[in-house]
Design a protein. Structure first.
Length: 255
């Protein structure tokens, strides 16, 4: 296949990106990803509401986001790419005016909207339960929580993209991703106090989780600020890595 769009500049510019985002969101709605996201939100809210004391929610909420919403994003990305490969949508994108960076950006933005939806539902259900118990939840910095959430989701999405382009089926993808998930979710042990070691904070997912912990005032503000630096660093690294993987395993093989 002759590639007319991905390797060069994007003639569509912002309009092409916005159109790609709209198309992806429409596909998510048709594919019932938002219904799945609603179920995930309820499943996350239930243990937080029923098992966790309110005094521990400042640590529990960021960890549950790390373990729950964060990990599902890799599966979302994998399912989308494999589906588009199977039905020929990805081949059509290769000859469209859309650049590789805008193609990836559209996937990241549209799926982050889904993650935001899940998180809003989870926190709303949790807040409603806390109110029913005549209690007050922990104070939240919405800016820090939002930045940490989007940073974490984007890291997972980029990781999922860089991995899934190497496989042709979801089954083949699941074997390595389960092993990688065990590593990338390991910072949860540190944040819950089960196994505290500075080495766990070097794992990419730890940086945005630090930001979310800071949003609830659960850690020192300086440590939360370092989370911003770590998140920015890992986002750049994973974007470059996933883009190269996409070029090598999708674009070059289609050429």
């Amino acid at each position: 296949m002759t590639n007319c769009g991905f390797p060069g500049n994007d003639p569509g510019g912002r309009s092409g990106l916005f159109q790609a985002i709209r198309t992806d969101v429409t596909l998510h709605l048709r594919g019932r990803l938002y219904v799945i996201g609603l179920v995930v939100s309820v499943l996350l809210a239930l243990p937080l509401a029923l098992l966790m004391p309110v005094s521990f929610l400042d640590r529990a909420i960021p960890v549950f986001i790390l373990l729950g919403i964060g990990s599902t994003t890799m599966l979302y990305m994998a399912a989308l790419i494999l589906s588009e490969r199977a039905d020929g949508t990805l081949d059509a994108a290769l000859v469209s005016p859309l650049s590789i960076s805008n193609f990836i950006a559209a996937k990241l933005i549209s799926l982050n909207l889904l993650v935001l939806f899940e998180t809003v539902i989870t926190l709303s259900l949790l807040q409603a339960w806390i109110a029913l118990q005549s209690q007050t939840g922990p104070p939240i910095s919405l800016f820090d929580l939002g930045f940490g959430l989007i940073g974490l989701a984007t890291l997972y999405l980029l990781l999922g993209l860089g991995l899934v382009v190497r496989f042709r089926s979801l089954t083949d993808f699941l074997v390595p991703v389960l092993l990688i998930s065990a590593v990338i979710q390991a910072p949860a042990l540190h944040f819950l106090g089960l196994f505290e070691h500075w080495g766990l904070l070097l794992i990419p997912s730890a940086a945005p989780t630090l930001i979310m912990m800071g949003a609830f005032g659960a850690i020192d503000p300086l440590l939360a600020a370092l989370g911003y630096l770590g998140t920015a660093f890992w986002l750049v690294v994973l974007f470059v890595w996933s883009r190269r993987a996409f070029e090598r395993h999708v674009v070059d093989k289609a050429g």
